[in-house]
Design a protein around this ligand. Structure first.
Ligand SMILES: [Zn+2]
Length: 145
């Protein structure tokens, strides 16, 4: 009869599956997102709702959002601090913008010449946005006049 068994020490366990209520901004559906989705959405509740809602608008948003997220990751791996030979922050920002342009179908690819010998290419492939960095090798026979 008495509820002496009421949980007292279970706080940490319960928090694993914290659900946050949100509303899809496209269709108005009320949804619940977990922490993993919130992390994917960079803690933005509106984005989180769009990532899990099954309406067409939200699905399209999700496709673009994930494409852009992966593309930016790719740029950071190839040209950012993670690359071991990072480009100037302004250039990395330019490439991030390039990812957005491709995601929004305003370009299918971008080539950035970072020096006479080195270029970075962004391209939309079947599996998302590819980022490659090429250093041109100087060949002796090209210097003939
Ligand atoms: Zn929706």
């Amino acid at each position: 009869m008495s509820d002496s068994t009421k949980n007292k020490g279970a706080e940490t366990m319960e928090q694993d599956n914290n659900l946050t209520q949100c509303v899809c901004e496209f269709c108005g559906q009320v949804l619940e997102v977990d922490e993993k989705v919130m992390a994917d959405a960079n803690q933005d509740i509106k984005i989180a709702a769009s990532l899990i809602c099954d309406c067409d608008e939200a699905k399209r948003f999700k496709r673009q959002y994930m494409l852009s997220k992966k593309g930016i990751d790719m740029v950071d791996n190839v040209c950012g601090r993670r690359s071991g030979r990072p480009l100037e922050a302004d250039l990395v920002r330019l490439l991030h913008n390039g990812v957005s342009l491709i995601v929004r179908n305003q370009a299918v690819g971008i080539t950035l010449n970072v020096s006479p010998k080195e270029k970075v290419e962004l391209k939309l492939g079947n599996k998302g946005i590819k980022c490659s960095r090429t250093v041109k090798e100087t060949r002796v026979d090209e210097f003939r006049t």
